[in-house]
Design a protein around this ligand. Structure first.
Ligand code: ARG
Length: 417
């Protein structure tokens, strides 16, 4: 009996692993990815509403594409959060089965997509912020554009962060520094970091792209890749040896801030944004992409597990560190973190994750947008984006990070070739 149970469980898990991240069609016949419902931002948010309409219930039921071991469904995740009926245009609506029993009699002739707009800031060389353009959601899915190990997250490439230590030369080569055009006209200022996820895109925090940063520092001007020590033009290892290639500075073509990010929200939920560079970058020893969680496969996190965060932000001694710093922080149980931040009336959500809480070991001002990483198998994986905290390095006050896995679909749907 025990053997049977074990075999059954293995089959179930294998099945789950197969369903997860496979392609699927949602009830609107839009192409999506099959993920656990908790990971599907769009549908998960519908579930959290106080009362669901019948159509919403039906839409979610019809989105099923498998079942997790915890008996919660896998859903076909796209940007759609529901459907509405349209006039008969498409009498031969494609057939599919297996989902929601009462679908058959209700099958509409065609669907229109809910009025979803993507806020995109596109600016050539002008000011950010005002020229908001409304875009149709992209139907494409950027999965094929994102690298998989060993093309990402590698260490073989010669391979206040508070109380951290200097990174080695070429360590975390996906890290970029964001450069802002000072409002007072005094050239460029660096603040915030980001992570290169392929040759064209940098993932960072929304608050590094919009809001206070624009008012107080300026708008994003460029991205510096391959940086190690901001004081020196050519960075060389302290003990001698070959120096790093020069940094590359690139402008950008477009900035996309998560459409549901709001500067004013106390919990800074959806603190994520993408920068599309002006052209593809040339990879080199100091410029490489990091892996996204979905490129490596699903894996749970355990409290106490070690993650690494890196950046050029505030240290115990300086307001900015010239040399890229790193520090290890422990993953913190979400319930514990939620409880902690509720003390200051901040509601940490499941699309965020917490790490740290050990005296002095933390990310800090200026590290925002940078990566919280976990080494899995042979690759570094981007698990979180530095978002906010309560001061820095206080015992039992972990840092809060955007949970990248929760935005996998958003990322894939917002990158293009
Ligand atoms: N909001 C900060 C920034 O913009 C990041 C703060 C992270 N704080 C922390 N205690 N982990 O740079």
């Amino acid at each position: 009996m025990k053997v049977f149970a074990a075999v059954f469980l293995c089959v179930l898990i294998a099945h789950e692993a197969r369903a997860q991240y496979s392609r699927c069609l949602n009830p609107n016949q839009r192409s999506g990815l099959c993920v656990h419902i908790n990971e599907c931002q769009t549908l998960f948010s519908v579930l959290q509403k106080f009362a669901l309409t019948d159509l919403e219930k039906k839409f979610i039921r019809s989105s099923a594409c498998g079942m997790g071991v915890d008996n919660r469904p896998f859903v076909c995740c796209t940007q759609d959060t529901g459907y509405t009926r349209n006039q008969r245009q498409n009498p031969s609506f494609p057939d599919y089965d297996g989902f929601g029993g009462d679908w058959e009699e209700e099958r509409p002739n065609s669907f229109v997509f809910p009025g979803q707009v993507t806020r995109a800031f596109s600016f050539g060389n002008q000011q950010a912020g005002d020229n908001t353009v409304v875009q149709k959601p992209s139907t494409g899915d950027g999965s094929s554009l994102l690298p998989q190990p060993p093309s990402c997250g590698g260490v073989a490439i010669r391979n206040r962060i508070y109380d951290g230590q200097d990174t080695e030369l070429n360590e975390f080569p996906w890290m970029v520094l964001l450069e802002y055009r000072r409002r007072n006209g005094n050239g460029l200022s660096t603040s915030c970091a980001g992570s290169l996820i392929n040759q064209r895109y940098v993932l960072t925090a929304a608050h590094c792209l919009t809001g206070r940063i624009e008012r107080e520092i300026g708008s994003l001007a460029s991205v510096r890749l391959g940086e190690h020590d901001t004081r020196t033009a050519v960075d060389c290892p302290p003990g001698g040896g070959s120096c790093a290639p020069e940094v590359q500075r690139l402008g950008f073509e477009e900035i996309r801030v998560h459409e549901r990010y709001s500067e004013k929200s106390t919990n800074q939920v959806h603190d994520i944004g993408l920068i599309r560079l002006e052209r593809n970058v040339r990879y080199s020893d100091n410029i490489r992409p990091i892996c996204l969680p979905s490129s490596v496969g699903p894996e749970s996190r355990q409290a106490g597990e070690q993650f690494t965060v890196a950046g050029w932000g505030r240290t115990l001694k300086m307001s900015r560190s010239p040399i890229k710093q790193k520090v290890t922080v422990n993953y913190v149980d979400p319930a514990k973190c939620r409880q902690r931040f509720s003390q200051i009336k901040v509601a940490v959500e499941s699309t965020q994750l917490c790490a740290g809480g050990q005296f002095r070991q933390d990310s800090c001002d200026g590290d925002s947008g940078g990566p919280l990483m976990r080494f899995r198998g042979d690759s570094w994986v981007l698990e979180g984006i530095v978002s906010f905290g309560y001061k820095c390095g206080l015992k039992d006050w972990p840092g809060v990070y955007t949970n990248v896995a929760a935005y996998d679909i958003w990322i894939r749907q917002n990158v293009r070739a």
